[in-house]
Design a protein. Structure first.
Length: 305
């Protein structure tokens, strides 16, 4: 059996361009993998199956990117050998954290290894705009429709406190609202409110925030309340509704989460990580990113939960 962890992602910045002739928006920004993970297991079976192994329920069948990834690899390999897959969900769905895309990336890489298929960004892009980034992971400037990545050093020296308000937002609905609003820009975060490692970035901003708040006004209420309690900006990742703040370390972030109003769908303390997924079996551990002693130790910690 092969195990894998897949990481959530946050958008430190997200810029949106007008819709193009292909019906897609061009995007840009700084994407970062974080240590909020789901767990997957893979082994050959007598028939295809996908089952929850812990955490919340999973989407079965073709609608799950895990199956789409497995089908894509098996088509490349010319194989229909049945797979038994387990999925333990910790990252909330429909939260702007790329949980499903991360699951798809981990499945693409792991089933690719099982079938002897080389996995590329071009294959990943067939599964969705966030999957190429989740396959590479770490820290990157993203451009195009998500398929163009410019890796950068993983920032350090801070932790994130993440809160998922009691709201579910459809990415498609938020983009439609953004178009209807004429393509508004988000409000940049002042450099003095950022960790030193991010102060040299271009504007830290999310252009989808105005549209997300218009679709779900409760999101605005949660942002204002978190900022009041935390004494610092609360930022939106992706199309939302997850909000996050920057903190000195895990202890400060955990203390901030203790002050979160009741009713949140989920909360987590996380840190930036240099990979989007990691796989392991009895003999070895691997990822798209190079694993040195420090990152192997981090991966072992995340596998242990």
């Amino acid at each position: 059996m092969i195990e894998a962890i897949s990481c959530a992602k946050v958008n430190f910045s997200l810029r949106i361009g007008p819709v193009q002739e292909d019906g897609l928006h061009r995007v840009g920004g700084h994407f970062q993998s974080i240590s909020w993970t789901d767990r997957l297991t893979f082994e050959w079976g007598e028939e295809d199956s996908l089952a929850a192994i812990d955490g919340g329920p999973v989407i079965a069948g073709w609608d799950n990117l895990v199956w789409q990834a497995a089908a894509l690899i098996r088509a490349e390999a010319g194989s229909q050998r049945p797979l038994r897959i387990g999925l333990g969900k910790s990252i909330p769905a429909a939260a702007g954290l790329g949980g499903g895309s991360g699951n798809g990336a981990a499945a693409l890489a792991t089933v690719g290894r099982m079938c002897g298929v080389a996995v590329t960004s071009e294959l990943a892009a067939k599964l969705g705009s966030d999957v190429p980034f989740c396959l590479r992971g770490g820290s990157a400037e993203v451009a195009g429709t998500g398929e163009t990545l410019y890796p950068r050093d993983v920032p350090s020296g801070f932790s994130l406190g993440l809160v998922v308000p009691p709201v579910e937002l459809s990415t498609a609905a938020v983009f439609r609202q953004w178009d209807e609003m004429g393509g508004p820009s988000g409000t940049p975060v002042a450099g003095s409110d950022l960790p030193p490692a991010l102060r040299g970035d271009d504007q830290i901003v999310n252009d989808l925030y105005p549209a997300a708040a218009a679709v779900a006004p409760l999101l605005e209420e949660w942002r204002h309340e978190l900022e009041r309690r935390w004494g610092r900006p609360a930022l939106l990742t992706g199309s939302g509704p997850t909000l996050f703040g920057f903190f000195v370390d895990d202890a400060e972030a955990a203390g901030a989460l203790d002050a979160v109003p009741p009713g949140a769908r989920a909360t987590a303390v996380a840190e930036p990580v240099p990979f989007g997924w990691v796989g392991r079996d009895d003999a070895t551990m691997w990822s798209f990113a190079e694993l040195d002693d420090a990152t192997r130790e981090l991966a072992h910690r995340l596998f242990a939960g």
